[in-house]
Write a protein that binds this ligand. Structure first.
Ligand SMILES: [Zn+2]
Length: 156
């Protein structure tokens, strides 16, 4: 079988960040890399699960809610994938900064009742906020050089 795009990326050199990955049928995939791959530090399952609920909720209530196709965790627990319908890197970066900041203000995990979730006992709001704070600081540090590099990839 062919090696798919996400496995072609060199995980030995991949650093935490926000990356444009692919555009297929008008749907962009963004790689929200929270952790350096294979470095022994992974997002704990409960925090990973809570971040999924928090961001999915905030993004689907935000200014680009009609262009959010999917938000969910990577199985390796080093980050998340965001799929959008026609959102460019610069917009996604700014949207995510707002969304993560808004998630930090939540005083509970949305959709965490037994009737709403497949594993409602496995949530960690404080753990999620710790990971979000660290990733938000990283997003704030992304400068024009990095933005230009990702825009080049998305326009290729
Ligand atoms: Zn759930």
């Amino acid at each position: 079988m062919d090696k798919i795009a996400s496995f072609q990326k060199d995980h030995n050199t991949l650093c935490p960040g926000l990356y444009f990955s692919t555009r297929i049928c008008g749907v962009e995939t963004y790689d929200l890399r929270f952790k350096k791959p294979n470095a022994g530090d992974y997002i704990q399952n409960a925090a990973l699960h809570s971040i999924e609920h928090m961001l999915a909720t905030v993004l689907r209530n935000g200014p680009h809610k009609d262009k959010i196709v999917y938000f969910g965790p990577m199985g390796c627990r080093t980050g998340f994938y965001l799929l959008t319908a026609g959102l460019h890197y610069r917009t996604v970066l700014s949207m995510l900064k707002d969304a993560f900041a808004q998630s930090l203000a939540l005083d509970g995990v949305p959709g965490a009742e037994k009737s709403e979730c497949g594993n409602y006992a496995e949530h960690d709001l404080n753990g999620a906020k710790r990971e979000i704070r660290a990733y938000l600081a990283l997003l704030e540090s992304i400068g024009e050089d990095e933005i230009a590099k990702e825009e080049e990839k998305e326009n290729a």
